[in-house]
Design a protein around this ligand. Structure first.
Ligand code: MSK
Length: 630
């Protein structure tokens, strides 16, 4: 195994504890302290049986009070809460996608936003029956972006991208009446259905939860992914590093955080500008280091190799290093705690989006028209802040791991093409991957996604489950903070092949890949949908027959529930390590873990025990293999 060694959860915890000591010195608050103040959590909330949708309550369901004041029972209340959770997640993802489409709409040959992947743009245009012949690429970009923006409020029909799903899946959706219409309409319908005096029937609420989720996965999120690729390039494998040790004490450190790559792409460009580097040197720094947190980090890591400082529950740690000149955020998963925390240090907390405005931040309103100036001003602000650093507070742990990232669907197809093309003729399809699966060299695949959640030791379930899967020849495709957990641990280092079973190890060697493939950010779970669709079409199997499952072991956000719904509704069994506040209704639990299988051939499993969760996933994959006779 050479010198390769995973970074353990205990090592990461020791780093965090060391950083919290710095925090204590300066009177900083932390999520660890706030968790103590917030536990035990409200049982009614945990079970999903608290209703505050109207002002007659709030109503809470107990054995003595089985109905709210309007007469709604626990099943209706849990169902409504579940649908509202989904709507919140779908709105966040889809609005991210809309912003990207807006940015594409404003792309110009002179920049700052250009078309970097014209082939993908043309492919989408053809898919959507938009004439491409003889058109200037920027005229086409504007036309396609305009149609994409129209998808959010289309008057009739379904999301354009649903045509990418296999026919069988589309039939199931049609029968179950969950084919997603306009994204905004699905969110509005969800909010309307759950308004006081409307739906209280669990089955109807779950159907709309699925339809809303599908409008995210096969609508808003896919728009975010595809148009980000058009604007910033479709990711290809690239080397980077992960964990707090990527920050450099001698340099100006800028940390980008959030989800939308539009601003961070330009921050990276300006941080590389010789003029800016010279300016940083004039202020006593050796250079400028940009690193990332959460999905903005995933975006710039996949396209530029920008190192990943950490995932969701490490966002405070980057400030606690005392060496962060600016933490620059766009949207989603940003702790309001960063405001007061940054005040304990010299760090500038820079908010940039009207969607995400927070106290104690410097707000630099980001706008596509002025993006270049905005990004330059932020980089300059960080450089100017370098001299305000207190050297006594600086501690950057030297822990980091190598990672190969950038496995878009296109990259996976291309990379795995080399593995078996001596045995099969097909190129540019998923057939080589299928060949690995049907021959049993790889037993199956798990899509590992989602956040960290203080209810679980940070990264513990992600990393332990991944280790268990790869040891059993199950390849992992990962996104979001799950991907970063893997990278920090070292599971995206190609040397991690030595932790795999013999079959997967062989594939890793032949294809020169790590056993955990970084597919991107939260919206990039749409890449996983596309992969599942392609595997289904290339194999002639239904998606639900493939030995592939989804898993979000440490999820926490509304977006994750929306994701879960579109993954299950696409036909992939999905395993959760945290309950989605539905335990207060046996009818809702039964529907989500079993009943929906009749509609979409997949369902949820919720299991908090690590070993059981891993065993259940392997069991499910092996069941699917047995059913196929492979
Ligand atoms: S950032 S939604 S904590 S994965 Fe996409 Fe991570 Fe979850 Fe946010």
């Amino acid at each position: 195994m050479g010198d390769f060694k995973l970074t353990t959860i205990e090592e990461n915890e020791a780093i965090t504890n060391r950083l919290l000591e710095t925090g204590a010195k300066v009177g900083a608050d932390s999520w660890q302290l706030r968790v103590k103040n917030q536990t035990p959590h409200c049982k009614f909330g945990e079970q999903g049986v608290c209703c505050r949708i109207c002002s007659m309550g709030p109503c809470r369901i107990t054995p003595k009070a089985p109905r709210g004041i309007c007469g709604c029972d626990a099943h209706g209340i849990v169902g409504r809460n579940f649908l509202r959770f989904t709507a919140g997640g779908c709105a966040a993802h889809s609005d991210h996608g809309r912003e990207i489409a807006h940015t594409l709409y404003q792309a110009k040959p002179e920049g700052p936003y250009k078309v970097k992947d014209p082939e993908k743009l043309i492919r989408i245009a053809k898919e959507w029956n938009i004439e491409t012949e003889g058109k200037d690429i920027y005229d086409l970009a504007h036309e396609v972006a305009y149609v994409a923006l129209g998808e959010y409020g289309k008057i009739e029909g379904y999301q354009n991208f649903t045509s990418r799903a296999p026919e069988h899946t589309r039939e199931l959706w049609k029968k179950a009446e969950i084919t997603p219409r306009a994204v905004d309409r699905e969110i509005a319908t969800a909010m309307h259905m759950t308004h006081m005096g409307n739906t209280s029937k669990p089955e109807a609420l779950v159907r709309q939860s699925f339809r809303t989720g599908l409008s995210d996965g096969w609508g808003g999120s896919m728009t975010g992914t595809e148009f980000s690729d058009v604007l910033f390039g479709t990711p290809t494998p690239i080397e980077t590093e992960a964990n707090l040790g990527v920050m450099v004490a001698e340099n100006v450190n800028i940390v980008v955080h959030g989800h939308d790559p539009s601003l961070s792409e330009l921050i990276c460009e300006y941080a590389d500008d010789p003029e800016m580097i010279a300016y940083a040197k004039s202020k006593g720094a050796k250079g400028i280091t940009v690193s990332g947190v959460c999905c903005t980090s995933n975006e710039v890591a996949m396209r530029r190799g920008i190192p990943m400082a950490g995932n969701f529950l490490q966002q405070e740690n980057v400030v606690l290093t005392g060496a962060c000149e600016a933490i620059v955020v766009d949207v989603q998963c940003i702790f309001p705690a960063l405001g007061p925390l940054s005040k304990c240090f010299h760090t500038k907390f820079v908010t940039t989006s009207p969607i995400c405005q927070m106290p104690d931040s410097d707000f630099v309103r980001f706008d596509a028209a002025t993006a270049g100036e905005n990004a330059k001003a932020i980089v300059k602000m960080a450089i100017d802040n370098f001299e305000n650093r207190n050297p006594d507070l600086v501690y950057i742990p030297d822990t980091k791991q190598k990672a190969t990232v950038g496995y878009s669907l296109e990259a996976i197809v291309k990379t795995l093409d080399g593995v078996t093309n001596s045995q099969v003729d097909e190129t540019g399809t998923t057939k080589p991957l299928l060949q690995c699966i049907t021959s049993g060299v790889i037993r199956g695949a798990v899509a590992m996604v989602g956040c960290n959640n203080p209810k679980i030791r940070p990264d513990y379930l992600h990393v332990e489950l991944m280790k268990k899967m790869i040891a059993n020849d199950i390849v992992i495709i990962a996104s979001g903070c799950s991907a970063q957990a893997a990278a920090k641990a070292g599971l995206m280092d190609k040397a991690a092949k030595d932790l795999c079973g013999a079959g997967l190890k062989r594939v890793c060697e032949l294809a020169d890949i790590p056993p955990v493939l970084h597919m991107g950010s939260c919206v990039d779970i749409s890449r996983m949908l596309m992969l599942a669709a392609e595997l289904s079409k290339d194999s002639g199997l239904n998606i639900s027959q493939l030995p592939v499952v989804g898993c979000a072991p440490e999820w926490m956000s509304e977006k994750a529930v929306s994701i879960g719904n579109y993954v299950v509704a696409t036909g992939l069994d999905t395993f959760l390590g945290v309950d989605p506040y539905v335990s207060g209704s046996d009818q809702m639990c039964e529907l989500l873990t079993n009943g929906v299988r009749d509609w979409v051939e997949a369902a949820y499993t919720v299991e908090k025990d690590l070993d059981k969760l891993g065993d259940l996933m392997i069991e499910r994959i092996e069941e699917k293999r047995a059913a196929l006779g492979i």
